[in-house]
Ligand binder design. Structure first.
Ligand code: CA2
Length: 149
């Protein structure tokens, strides 16, 4: 069975523990469970990851590129956390590894501080889901499959 990688950036391991008004009450484990159910309905497995380290996220994108070329992975649903707004390295990795990425943000970044309005990921994303809460991951999975399968 082909898989979809769901990749989460810094501090998303804290989901459900603080700032529920911004990010909701669901934990990352809840998000993983929700994604597993949805991916199964769509006919895919999931490879669910989180890291607080930019280099680990870059390595995951490179790995995704190899798995896609081997026909084992469809693409990546990616919430890069605050690296969204800072990381040219992640932008380069997505472009360089030719990975179809759906960028997901739980909160509506455009309704928040100005420094969250710019994304280095959006120009190389296949699609973007913003402000739909943790359900955005489900929408990201559906969007990726709809676009690519
Ligand atoms: O809305 C999103 O999904 C974000 O990617 C979340 C990032 C933020 O830096 C982006 O601007 C938008 C922050 C993730 C931190 O998550 C926490 C969850 C609970 C408590 C503290 C942080």
């Amino acid at each position: 069975m082909s898989s979809i990688m769901i990749l989460n950036g810094p501090n998303l391991n804290l989901l459900g523990q603080r700032e529920p008004e911004q990010y909701g009450h669901e934990t990352l484990a809840d998000v993983e469970a929700m994604c597993r159910v949805e991916a199964e309905k769509l006919g895919y497995g999931i490879d669910f990851r989180q890291s607080n380290h930019e280099g680990v996220l870059i390595d995951a994108i490179h790995e995704a590129g190899q798995l896609i070329k081997a026909g084992k992975l469809l693409g990546v649903v990616f919430n890069p956390g605050a690296y969204t707004h800072t990381s040219i390295a992640l932008h380069d990795a997505i472009k360089g590894a030719e990975v179809p990425v759906i960028e997901v943000h739980i909160s509506n970044v455009h309704a928040r501080e100005a420094f969250r309005h710019h994304s280095y990921i959006s120009p190389c994303a296949a699609g973007i889901v913003v402000g739909m809460g943790s359900y955005g991951y489900v929408l990201g999975l559906q969007g990726l499959v709809h676009k690519l399968a």
